[in-house]
Design a protein around this ligand. Structure first.
Ligand code: ZN
Length: 565
């Protein structure tokens, strides 16, 4: 592979004259950063997939913007009197952006029982027992984040498991993918579910051999208990969002694209920004139900510019695990089904055409190869009606998870972005072969295949479906093994990206997808000082060391929003 050495020092030749030297201008802080490698630029310009970049020695930031990136001596000469940030060997990167997150869900996961680290049925019940002891009461105990894929028991949890630890209050625990919940007996009673309750359309009440409900509710059956739980109050929603954005800053994210956002979330985000309690930038894609304003006005932002309402999130199909992803051919492990189509053509096209009219963006969920093809078809249909407007929007396919290779080039041709979640692959590839069979695995989580066509690929976590950790996403896309370093025989390691491309996914590619001005997603002269600092250098460390990196410092628009130095 051809190496490319990027002469970063040339950026230092430009100096913005006339800036005040005091710290903390109206638009952000002033400082000199040095003492560790500063990756000014991932190397997105290199179509050859370059794997080597020379980091800058120092950055000078004034009024929240980079005014110099280059060697330390030159930086010192023009940064006299500025506060100094000594990285002490840590490494700085352009700010990481999570291009697909559900912030309210991330916050609620923190405020309720967080089960994302639970590794067995036993650990699950222990966690429930401990939470109940620490938070006694009669109101329903709710939690989220469990996923049984690697549990030694190799089964779903049941109501009997939960009854053994908490019998006197309802317990409702949502699976990490949001497609299932497990209830104890008290919660089944609260939901009014008995052996005689019929499965609702689009959902299933799991039953044992004797016909008794096991406690597991799948897809729309979750509504039976959801309707009985207290609704989310505005105060609690705002608290959840505040927790989520602070957690995100502490993990090293400088921005995120919030998906399926509700009107009250937008209200709370705008308030947080006005109160200077929003550390990261947030781009918003509304639920169709709450999309009237953005479809009327087009994209708009709060007065601080930290929150931008960009468009609408639509759903074409379901998820692969629950066989809801829409496939071109039947599931390999269930030949009677090709999955589930959620969106209807006329309804979706009406939203898409209106979005195009006001230059709003569409983020269309598609997992299966038929789902992806159909989204591309519909986007092409909408674009054909107004080709000029089509060039001004940045529509995206959320997940782009299983794509027929014949459709790869269509992303670039249409100018449609593949918004992908690397961590889904390192969890899903354990069961993807059963669902898809050998041949279709070629088009699954095809990060390199899509990148190679020139398509813009961006990376996100889909938290709280996944943890929401930039290191995990970076590791997954660059290594394509699970976090223990293991991978299956058909994981197609050639679909991993190199380290530079992996960095691009979360930085410059995200900036392009978000229609940010030139300089965003990089740390060059004129860039906003959005900086993620990890304790380790991620571009050349052995793959096993990526997860040993620790978030050290997060800077957004020149302001330090997280500092663990
Ligand atoms: Zn999502």
């Amino acid at each position: 592979m051809q190496k490319f050495l990027r002469p970063l020092a040339v950026f230092g030749a430009l100096i913005l004259a006339g800036c005040a030297a005091q710290a903390g201008g109206p638009d952000g802080d002033d400082f000199l950063m040095f003492g560790g490698p500063i990756f000014s630029d991932g190397g997105a310009a290199q179509a050859d997939g370059s794997t080597q970049v020379i980091p800058a020695e120092a950055l000078v930031v004034r009024d929240g913007k980079v005014v110099f990136a280059g060697d330390l001596a030159a930086a010192r000469a023009q940064a006299k009197g500025l506060p100094q940030i000594d990285l002490k060997g840590a490494a700085a990167y352009p700010g990481f952006v999570d291009s697909h997150v559900h912030l309210t869900g991330v916050g609620l996961r923190e405020m309720t029982l967080n089960l994302d680290q639970v590794k067995s049925v036993t650990e699950l019940t222990e966690a429930v027992k401990a939470w109940d002891a620490a938070n006694p009461g009669k109101e329903p105990l709710t939690g989220r984040g469990w996923i049984e894929t690697h549990w030694p028991e190799k089964r779903f949890p049941t109501r009997a498991d939960l009854d053994a630890v908490v019998a006197d209050r309802p317990v409702v625990l949502e699976r990490s993918d949001g497609h299932a919940v497990v209830l104890n007996s008290a919660a089944l009673t609260l939901a009014g579910i008995t052996r005689d309750t019929q499965d609702p359309s689009g959902g299933r009440i799991e039953r044992d051999a004797a016909g008794e409900p096991t406690g597991m509710l799948i897809d729309t059956a979750q509504g039976l208990i959801g309707a009985k739980l207290p609704p989310l109050s505005y105060a609690r929603r705002r608290e959840a969002l505040e927790k989520a954005v602070n957690l995100y800053a502490a993990r090293g994210w400088t921005g995120g694209a919030d998906m399926s956002t509700e009107a009250d979330d937008v209200k709370a985000l705008f308030e947080l920004a006005a109160d200077k309690k929003l550390p990261i930038t947030v781009d918003v894609f509304m639920t169709p139900e709450d999309s009237a304003e953005v479809l009327k006005r087009g994209p708009y932002s709060d007065p601080t510019g930290m929150v931008r309402v960009r468009g609408v999130k639509l759903y074409m199909d379901g998820a692969l695990g629950s066989r809801g992803a829409l496939l071109l051919a039947p599931y390999s492990d269930q030949p009677t089904t090709r999955g589930l189509q959620i969106a209807q053509h006329d309804e979706a096209l009406a939203i898409m055409k209106q979005a195009l009219k006001v230059k709003a963006d569409i983020a269309f969920h598609a997992i299966g190869d038929a789902g992806n093809r159909q989204v591309l078809d519909w986007m092409a249909e909408a674009f054909a009606a107004d080709p000029a407007a089509a060039r001004q929007v940045r529509w995206r396919v959320e997940h782009s998870q299983i794509v027929n290779p014949a459709d790869y080039p269509r992303f670039k041709q249409l100018g449609v972005i593949a918004s992908m979640q690397p961590s889904h692959a390192i969890g899903d590839l354990y069961f993807a072969q059963a669902r898809l069979g050998q041949d279709r695995l070629k088009g699954a989580y095809a990060w390199r295949g899509l990148t190679a066509t020139g398509a813009l690929v961006i990376g996100g976590s889909d938290a709280p479906v996944e943890v929401g950790d930039p290191r995990i996403e970076y590791y997954a896309v660059a290594v394509r093994k699970d976090l223990k370093g293991a991978s299956g025989p058909d994981w197609h390691p050639e679909e991993a990206l190199n380290r530079v491309q992996a960095l691009d996914l979360f930085t410059i590619n995200a900036a392009q997808a978000d229609q940010r001005p030139a300089g965003w997603g990089r740390l060059i002269v004129g860039s906003p000082a959005n900086i993620t600092v990890f304790s380790r250098e991620l571009l050349t460390v052995p793959e096993g060391d990526i997860m040993k990196a620790r978030p050290v410092l997060t800077v957004v628009k020149g302001r330090t929003v997280f500092d663990a130095r």
